[in-house]
Ligand binder design. Structure first.
Ligand SMILES: Cc1cc2nc3c(=O)[nH]c(=O)nc-3n(C[C@H](O)[C@H](O)[C@H](O)COP(=O)(O)OP(=O)(O)OC[C@H]3O[C@@H](n4cnc5c(N)ncnc54)[C@H](O)[C@@H]3O)c2cc1C
Length: 388
């Protein structure tokens, strides 16, 4: 068995064990115990694509996407929490100076410190270039002020990659990415509560009031930061697509099993043709969605320009999940509403997935721009300035 195959076996066991056991509670607003994150680290989930010279396994993107899929079949929120910390660790290895890597990497890889990537603000979501956060140069260092919201892991994170204008805002050109120690003066954490509870995701808001940052904190300088985040978003869209497929697949399997056991009018539910139809429609759409995701995984893994395949995959997978999860829930009757079942949890997650890492509406704009002749310069400009 290869290293990647053995790793994925461990992830499957972790998903079927503590993740499955904890997920119903997290969907009702509870948070995972801290030792769940150290256990995730122990099996390699926080270091899967970290280069071996930094203590990771160096697995490729296909393995990362498969690990995300296995976790999301049980709990999308936990999968997102783990992969977001992992991605910050990877970003540090690629872009941060050695002293910063040495200070933060051990905590991230051991699961003791969570991390987040903070782009969204109360006044700027899809139109990322409109962010207001600013880092002013001061005595050879930086002073950060601003607010970030709807940030995965922000409740418990110790480190964030924060995107802010460096000095006077000049659209996307002035945006840089800072590695910010969230224990610094002037930083406050706030929960973001939602009826769509995904307790494992730890979503929160961060406020920075004249937070002093060392000069080395600017790990993604203006010019490269925007491009870098766009490239990362293609990967994120692709693993989110894989996660949505996993949720639809899990719900389909659960409904199919239930339909063979539960009887109505003297026959199993699955023996009623009208009951089976929504399941077969879900199965067909899911197969089509998986094909697009497979293509995107291959393109992201090969390191080429994956913006079109990633956008298509995420559109197809979130649409498939958002369309079919309510119908699969309906096929379960009242039983589908119980938190021990996956349906309500995955339904909430699918709605969230349609917003994170590029809202589906904006991705449709992206596909239009890449595939249709566009004579409307206003539209072209708008899509250039969004995070999509
Ligand atoms: C649970 C959760 C976790 C998140 N985690 C993170 C995180 O870790 N880090 C982070 O930075 N952000 C995070 N986000 C924020 C997410 O990226 C944003 O919600 C997303 O970018 C959309 O921004 P918005 O919510 O401000 O919507 P808006 O930009 O206000 O848009 C509202 C609606 O209008 C649509 N819309 C906007 N502009 C156009 C247009 N030009 N044409 C057509 N339609 C348009 C959008 O698609 C959307 O449907 C998270 C969000 C959620 C819900």
């Amino acid at each position: 068995m290869t290293g990647a195959a053995a790793f994925l076996d461990r992830v499957a066991a972790f998903a079927a064990g503590p993740v499955r056991a904890g997920a119903p509670g997290w969907s009702m607003g509870e948070s995972p115990a801290p030792d769940l994150f150290t256990e995730a680290a122990r099996i390699g989930l926080l270091s899967m694509s970290i280069p071996p010279e930094h203590g990771g396994a160096g697995f490729g993107f296909a393995t990362l996407a498969r690990a995300c899929e296995l976790l999301a079949a049980e709990d999308f929120g936990l999968a997102m929490a783990l992969v977001n910390t992992h991605n910050v660790a990877l970003r540090l290895c690629r872009s941060a100076p050695p002293d910063l890597v040495a200070r933060h990497l051990p905590g991230l890889l051991s699961g003791e410190v969570a991390a987040c990537t903070a782009l969204t603000e109360p006044g700027a979501g899809s139109g990322f270039a409109a962010i207001a956060a600013r880092a002013e140069p001061e005595d050879g260092a930086w002073c950060l002020s601003g607010e970030k919201t709807w940030i995965i892991n922000a409740r418990r994170a110790g480190l964030a990659i924060v995107f802010a204008h460096c000095g006077t805002p000049a659209g996307a050109r002035s945006i840089g990415g800072f590695a910010v120690d969230l224990g610094l003066p002037g930083v406050t954490h706030h929960p973001v509560d939602s009826a769509f509870a995904q307790g494992a995701m730890g979503t929160g808001r961060l406020v920075f009031e004249r937070t002093p940052l060392p000069s080395g904190a600017l790990i993604l300088p203006p010019g490269s930061a925007f491009k870098s985040i766009m490239t990362e978003l293609n990967a994120a869209r692709t693993y989110v697509a894989a996660m949505c497929n996993a949720m639809t697949g899990a719900a389909l399997a659960e409904a199919a099993t239930y339909g063979s056991e539960r009887h109505s009018f003297g026959r199993p539910l699955a023996a009623h043709q009208a009951w089976r139809m929504p399941l077969t429609e879900a199965e067909t759409d899911l197969a089509a969605s998986r094909a697009l995701t497979t293509q995107a995984v291959a393109e992201v893994g090969a390191g080429g320009d994956a913006q079109l395949s990633a956008a298509r995959a995420k559109i197809a997978a979130t649409d498939c999940a958002v369309r079919h999860l309510p119908r699969l829930l309906h096929a379960m009757g009242a039983e589908g509403l119980r938190p021990e079942r996956c349906f309500t949890r995955h339904l909430a997650a699918a709605q969230i997935a349609s917003l994170t890492d590029g809202a589906t509406t904006m991705l449709r704009e992206r596909v239009a721009r890449l595939t249709l002749p566009c004579t409307d310069q206003t539209t072209a400009k708008t899509t250039d300035q969004t995070r999509e």
